[in-house]
Design a binder for this molecule. Structure first.
Ligand code: PMV
Length: 336
């Protein structure tokens, strides 16, 4: 029986995933691009396959996971067991150092950590592509967290999803000055989970297909901005893309509204800052929650932090840099 422990970090998309062509396999309608964060925000997960267990168990932040969380973890574990040719059930213990399910991508780091630790505990020498596919089965965005730096999730076109996985565009050292100022306005749990929200959007939004059609152009513009470390274009594309995702959410019925008054203040404040500088120096993006991720570079970090911390309703600010991706921890750090 081998135990394996990994520390894995969330990623925050600048070209977003919102809408699936296959709900079971988490296959997206469009490609996405993200930045994997450093270990300021992180998940640690230990996995052990054990012949004495009668079912898989998952302890999340010290408590047994909810049934729906366990079901998703079992999907990842089943795929690992199938590949490794083993039948043993697994004990999984996972801890986050940031609020779970509040739009801070905890599912991304969580399922990516499960994929990495699970594959190793099962004795697999999995490739990055295999790890990305294992992680995707738990949560789509998790497929991007098995890699560090700047990452693209290729949407793929196969029915079995074997061509839908993440690849690294550039390592974290490509643009070390980049910062994500994570601005927490509401650490509570999300109102509508992303799976349910995506299902409502794909079924009811008229703007949705337009967004999907525009995606290839946006991906190439974003790849170019990253390659050239072109801050202004990177931020402009990021802000517009965030608004477009929230527009199709709003265009759904019933409308899906994740942003609140504090989120809107953050938007105004960042835009005001950019106007005062005469160029885009900071850019916001929001996932399925009201918390903001404000990208900037080290030069403006202090100013942007001060600006955001002065907004009424901002509860906490965490600053993260691009991170290197999953890291194996020694056995004495195991949570089991
Ligand atoms: O993988 P999920 O189901 O947690 O999807 C989350 C999708 C967004 O965070 C809203 C966008 C993205 O690409 O990460």
């Amino acid at each position: 029986m081998r135990t394996s422990t990994f520390v894995v970090t969330p990623n925050v998309a600048v070209v977003k995933y919102w809408g699936k062509r296959d709900n079971q396999l988490n296959l997206p309608d469009n490609g996405s691009i993200s930045v994997t964060m450093d270990e300021t925000v992180r998940t640690i997960t230990s996995v052990e396959f054990n012949p004495n267990l009668v079912r898989d168990s998952l302890i999340l932040n010290g408590k047994p996971a909810k049934e729906n969380e366990l079901v998703r973890a079992v999907k990842v574990l089943d795929a690992i067991r199938k590949k490794a040719g083993i039948k043993n059930k697994a004990c999984v213990i996972s801890e986050n150092n940031f609020p779970t399910a509040a739009g801070l991508a905890s599912s991304a780091s969580g399922f990516a950590a499960l994929a990495c630790a699970g594959a190793e505990a099962a004795g697999l020498e999995a490739t990055e592509r295999e790890l990305s596919i294992f992680a995707r089965l738990g949560s789509g965005s998790a497929c991007r967290s098995v890699l560090g730096g700047f990452v693209e999730w290729k949407k793929g076109s196969r029915k079995d999803g074997l061509d839908s996985y993440a690849v690294q565009l550039a390592s974290s050292s490509h643009w070390p000055e980049l910062r994500n100022i994570i601005t927490i306005v509401d650490p509570g749990r999300k109102r509508i989970g992303s799976a349910e929200g995506m299902e409502i959007t794909t079924r009811t939004s008229k703007l949705y297909m337009k967004r999907v059609k525009e995606n290839p152009k946006l991906l190439s513009a974003m790849r170019r901005a990253i390659r050239r470390r072109d801050l202004e274009n990177f931020l402009m594309l990021t802000m517009c893309e965030s608004s477009r995702m929230h527009a199709v959410m709003m265009d759904s019925f019933p409308p899906i509204i994740y942003l609140n008054d504090v989120s809107r203040e953050i938007i105004e404040s960042v835009l005001g800052f950019n106007t005062s500088k005469g160029m885009s120096c900071a850019g916001y993006t929001f996932d399925a929650g009201p918390n903001a991720h404000v990208y900037t570079i080290s030069k403006y970090e202090k100013e942007v932090r001060t600006l955001l911390s002065e907004i009424n309703g901002v509860e906490k600010i965490i600053i993260s840099k691009p991170g290197e991706g999953p890291r194996r921890l020694p056995d004495d750090k195991s949570l089991i």
